[in-house]
Design a binder for this molecule. Sequence first.
Ligand SMILES: Nc1nc2c(c(=O)[nH]1)N[C@H]1C(S)=C(S)[C@@H](COP(=O)(O)OP(=O)(O)OC[C@H]3O[C@@H](n4cnc5c(=O)[nH]c(N)nc54)[C@H](O)[C@@H]3O)O[C@H]1N2
Ligand SMILES: Nc1nc2c(c(=O)[nH]1)N[C@H]1C(S)=C(S)[C@@H](COP(=O)(O)OP(=O)(O)OC[C@H]3O[C@@H](n4cnc5c(=O)[nH]c(N)nc54)[C@H](O)[C@@H]3O)O[C@H]1N2
Ligand code: SF4
Ligand SMILES: [Mo]
Length: 709
Amino acid sequence: MNQIAEEIQTFHGGCPHDCPDTCSMQFKVQDEKLIGVRGNPDHPMTQGGLCVKLKDYEKRHYHPDRLLYPLKRTGPKGSKQFKRISWDEALDEISNKWKAIIASDGPHAIIPNSYLGNQGLVHGLNGGDAFFNRMGATVCERTFCGEGSCTAWLLTVGPTAGVDPESFSHSKYIVIWACNSVSTNLHHWRIINEAQKNGAKVVVIDSYASKTAKEADWHIAPKPGTDGALAMAMINVIISEGLQDQDYIDNYTVGYAELAERAKTRTPEWAEEITGIPADDIRKFAREYATTPPAAIRLGVALERTYGGSQAIRAATCLPALIGAWRHVGGGALQFPVWEHPYKFDVICRPDLIPEGTPVVNNLQIGRALTGELQLETPIQSMMVWNTNPITQSPETDKIIKGLEREDLFLVVAEHFISDTATYADILLPAAMGAEMEDMILSWGHLYLTYNTKCIEPPGEAKPNNEIFRQLAKRMGYEEENFKWSDTECLENYVDWDSPTCEGIDLAYMREHGFARLKAFGDKDVRARHAKGEFPTPTGKCHFMVEGATNFVAGPFRQMYEGFQPGEALDSLPDYLASRETPETNSELAAKYPLNIISPKSHGFLNSCYANVEDKIKRQGEQFVLINELDAVTRGVKEGDQVRVFNDRGAFEGVAKISEDVNSGIIVATLGYWRQLNNGTVNCISSAEFGDMGHSTTFSDNLVEVSLA
Ligand SMILES: Nc1nc2c(c(=O)[nH]1)N[C@H]1C(S)=C(S)[C@@H](COP(=O)(O)OP(=O)(O)OC[C@H]3O[C@@H](n4cnc5c(=O)[nH]c(N)nc54)[C@H](O)[C@@H]3O)O[C@H]1N2
Ligand SMILES: Nc1nc2c(c(=O)[nH]1)N[C@H]1C(S)=C(S)[C@@H](COP(=O)(O)OP(=O)(O)OC[C@H]3O[C@@H](n4cnc5c(=O)[nH]c(N)nc54)[C@H](O)[C@@H]3O)O[C@H]1N2
Ligand code: SF4
Ligand SMILES: [Mo]
């Protein structure tokens, strides 16, 4: 036998990226180097395959641009001029600076900024929240992703995982609503595609012909932000044509009479005006959906990205109970099945350490906070960024840059690469990557726990996030025991191993097997969890109506602190709530900026990760702007022209792609491209105003104009 082959060792890994698939991986290690990765063939979701981003993950570990040593800024802010310093110097400088700020202005002058760039329980979620809560720093509320969706879901059905993603194999009618599964949820797409081959009809509701829409049996294209009208009209058709499951409604729902009354005027003709979808198509869709069991809806994160997005989600989440879809295996709705995972967020993030009266700044409005536009009692003097890249990912980029250019702002960034945000750092810390640290990865798209082995040492002097915070805690004099736990001890404490869902599963089991299906859900994919109601709501029923409903920021990834719930009154029923920025709702703005933009995920990047890697950029292609022929002609734009997309908030450039994939009045430019390598990014034009619930984003609620660059 070949001697080299004998030396290759295989370890269990988990993809740490912010992706619903949370793939179980296998790391191949030889001579203490990661030499390859593959998807775990035994994992029912991963099924042996990774995605285009991760299939050569080992190369990311050894990329020549990877940060290997702590750096200190030597040139002007953003100039990328740094010199190497030691860890001791870096950590001393950071802790001394923070101590001085706390002594003069108090801890509110410091703010953390992180997200799920690493979604490990230890190095993603913890790695800092507990530390900054202990400090008493301004809390950074994080509502980047699905937080409006979570609020809408909890109000309607409570913290249930909904339909098991694997049960879609049993479904006969599948609605993928504002989700580009082929790019963003590939391993669920595989199950849906299988069902489709077995005769299920797949309907994709997307404002443009995404990769997934092109695979659908039927693509329905509402204007962005009008899904609430579509869902309300479906409710109207179902009730007016007597297609509802009255027995299910009578036994397991609240507020049917009120919903029926509300839906009376939400006719298909009314919805046609708003959505642009012919009334007869809406009727046909509602009838098919109601009469083809089992029917399952996959709700995408993008459904929440307009002012009325969360109300739309409430309306869509009512549909399965209205037709009794929950009775069937493979019937119901799927959003983020994270709710029933046994993660102990209170132990991980330590919200109990947040002092009463601590101010909160939302991560979408960080530019406003740093520039003083947000009136803060204590202005921000220092920010630490890890696991996120706000310059490319947060709205109102120009304000963020203006803030980061402040000479008096002390910016600490922990990163793998000199990201757009890292270019502005005063101190830049090299962070460890996937195979270099032990962790369990949060899963928000399936019902498996995922383990990740530390199987190589980090290159250079890179350190795992949690180690960075352990060392900072020591310097700051924080004595709580959680700051002293090893990564293994963290895992022992972060998961509720005693919960019924972990029966027979412990850390030793995870280490041996790499993944485990949560026990509470029974065998693989044969549960109809809400066949008899049993929703985890206060009444145990599905709530079409919530009396006294108030807004709150939900989502397991927010800073967990009940005291921060804003609590303004919400409509007790779902409805269509118009976007802020459309030609129909804001004609004055539309006179200047007549086009609506959507800026979804890029197929070849993971948010902004991989958008600095040459072969990944090559595969994904350069920043494009998809535009309909009608809109192109009137602007003198031809295929391949460099165009400028702009509004009052800012501008970015891309290459025009003229296509019928997008209707007139809408343009599409995907997310993730680095500002360093491009002329602006899509978020230069995005608004930092919140949506209707959960302080959600409004990335699909922006008017722009396009011209030749
Ligand atoms: N390849 C890849 N995969 C990813 C990511 C990535 O960056 N790249 N990111 C990961 C993360 S963090 C997340 S949250 C998920 C998100 O995954 P998705 O939920 O799929 O999110 P998006 O790709 O932003 O948008 C999905 C689709 O919604 C459409 N859309 C936008 N606005 C509207 C609207 O108002 N109505 C309707 N009907 N459609 C609309 C867009 O055209 C798009 O095709 O993907 C994860 N997976
Ligand atoms: N226009 C528009 N904007 C969007 C969206 C959209 O659809 N359209 N989607 C939104 C959504 S859903 C999301 S979730 C956000 C995501 O936004 P971000 O969370 O900011 O996503 P990334 O760009 O992947 O940034 C993560 C960063 O963390 C770094 N990182 C990864 N692992 C580690 C680690 O272990 N340690 C440290 N220190 N750093 C690490 C990576 O190198 C990367 O630079 O973007 C939002 N922004
Ligand atoms: S990014 Fe998503 S699909 Fe790709 S390997 Fe990671 S979890 Fe799997
Ligand atoms: Mo996300």
